[in-house]
Every structure is written in structure tokens, then in C-alpha cells.
Design a protein around this ligand. Structure first.
Ligand SMILES: N[C@@H](CCC(=O)N[C@@H](CS)C(=O)NCC(=O)O)C(=O)O
Length: 217
């Protein structure tokens, strides 16, 4: 029996971060499909009272909020910590995870990636170009700051892969599929190189939208 169950709508970037962490840790898991449009249904609200995904189940323990899930998985599955032992590197990791949630997702990816990737693919929507244009100044600022934080390092918190890389990659992978990527990442070659390094990891290949849809039960 799989050790972990991840409840998600296939395609969710937050869930992909969790799945990538489980893959990086070599943990066994299954994906429990949540149907789009059912996040406010009573059976899902029992798992997540705010009606979002992902939710992790580990035996009789249930957890929502991606950062909490990532840290939990990192603590309970040994070996191969995805959290730096150096306090400054750990602080940087935590900071970048909050940049992901507060500045990249809110107001950038949830607009641009939604309008360009998720809406058209899941709901057949046409992109709202005005909404994208309005999000661009914030997007430019977030990309510049991410590039500054990455600098010339291999990963966001230094030489080793951490939870920060795993949280960021799925959001940026959707952003890379948008035509705005060229404008946003163009001035920041190191970000593109980091994307290539992340995309080449088996954990990324194992958790594409198609792969998650295929494994969802
Ligand atoms: N703070 C939450 C955010 C999760 C989140 O926003 N997930 C999206 C899918 S990637 C979602 O559930 N969206 C549904 C909605 O907005 O109604 C976390 O870190 O898990």
C-alpha cells in the first residue's frame, strides 16, 4: 500500500510541488483525483475547509497547505533532507517559498498562467489579455527579484536542491508556457538555465500534467 495519498485536480502546480518532493524522496504515493468544480463540495470541504488543493493523507493524518505538506514530507521521509542545515540557506529557502506564495502566485501566476494555460486547457476559456497586461508590472518585478535571489547559484538556496526549488518550479513551468515568458525571463538567463536543470530532473518528468492525470484514481 502506498504510504501517502495526494488529493488533487491533475494539473495543479501546488500539488505538483508535493508530488515532486515525494518523488525526490523516493516515497510511495497515490494520487486521488478531485474533479474540477467539486472543490466546494462537502466531501472535499471535509479534507480542506477552504476548498483548495492539494491535501495530503498519511495514515490517519491529513494536512493541507503546500508549504506545510512539503515540510512534513521532508521531516518524515528520510534520508535526503530538502532543507539546508545552514541557518542562512534555510532562511533563504523559507523566504523564497513565501515569495512564491505571496508575490509569484498571487497576482502573477494565478493571472498569467491561468489565462494562458489553465483556463484554456481546463475550461476552454479565451485569455483575458487586459488581465495579463495588468499583471505584467508585478510579474517583471517578481522575475527580477527571483533572478537576483538565484544569482549564479545552482539552486535557489545554494548548491543543493531544496523545497524552494520544488515549490517554484511548477509555477514557473506554467509561466514558461505563456508567450509572456520571453519578456519576463529574457533579461534573466540564469532563470532559464535553472528551469532547464529542474525540467531535467526525473521528479519533473514523473509529475507532468499528463502523468498525474494518468495516475489519478
Ligand atoms: N495556500 C494554498 C494554495 C493552494 C491553491 O491555491 N491551489 C489551487 C490549485 S493550484 C486551488 O485550489 N485553486 C482552487 C480555487 O482557487 O478555487 C496551498 O499552499 O496549498
Amino acid at each position: 500500500m502506498a504510504e501517502f495519498v495526494v488529493h488533487t485536480v491533475p494539473g495543479s502546480p501546488f500539488a505538483r510541488s508535493v508530488l515532486m518532493a515525494l518523488e525526490e524522496k523516493g516515497a510511495s504515493y497515490t494520487v486521488s483525483a478531485v474533479m474540477p468544480g467539486t472543490l466546494q463540495a462537502p466531501e472535499h470541504l471535509v479534507r480542506h475547509p477552504f476548498g483548495r488543493i492539494p491535501v495530503l493523507e498519511h495514515g490517519d493524518f491529513s494536512l493541507y497547505e503546500t508549504q506545510a505538506i512539503l515540510r512534513y514530507v521532508d521531516r518524515v521521509v528520510a534520508p535526503g533532507s530538502l532543507t539546508p542545515s545552514d541557518p542562512r540557506a534555510a532562511g533563504r529557502m523559507d523566504q523564497i517559498m513565501n515569495v512564491n506564495d505571496w508575490y509569484l502566485f498571487q497576482g502573477v501566476a494565478n493571472i498569467i498562467a491561468f489565462q494562458r494555460v489553465v483556463g484554456p486547457r481546463l475550461m476552454g476559456l479565451q485569455p483575458d489579455l487586459q488581465a495579463i497586461e495588468t499583471a505584467m508590472p508585478r510579474a517583471r518585478a517578481v522575475f527580477a527579484e527571483l533572478a537576483r535571489l538565484l544569482g549564479d547559484q545552482t539552486f535557489f538556496a545554494g548548491d543543493a536542491l531544496t523545497l524552494a526549488d520544488l515549490l517554484l518550479f511548477p509555477q514557473l513551468d506554467f509561466m514558461q508556457a505563456a508567450p509572456e515568458w520571453a519578456t519576463l525571463a529574457g533579461p534573466h538567463g540564469a532563470l532559464d538555465a535553472w528551469m532547464d536543470r529542474m525540467a531535467a530532473r526525473p521528479s519533473a518528468a514523473a509529475t507532468t500534467w499528463e502523468r498525474v492525470a494518468a495516475m489519478a484514481k
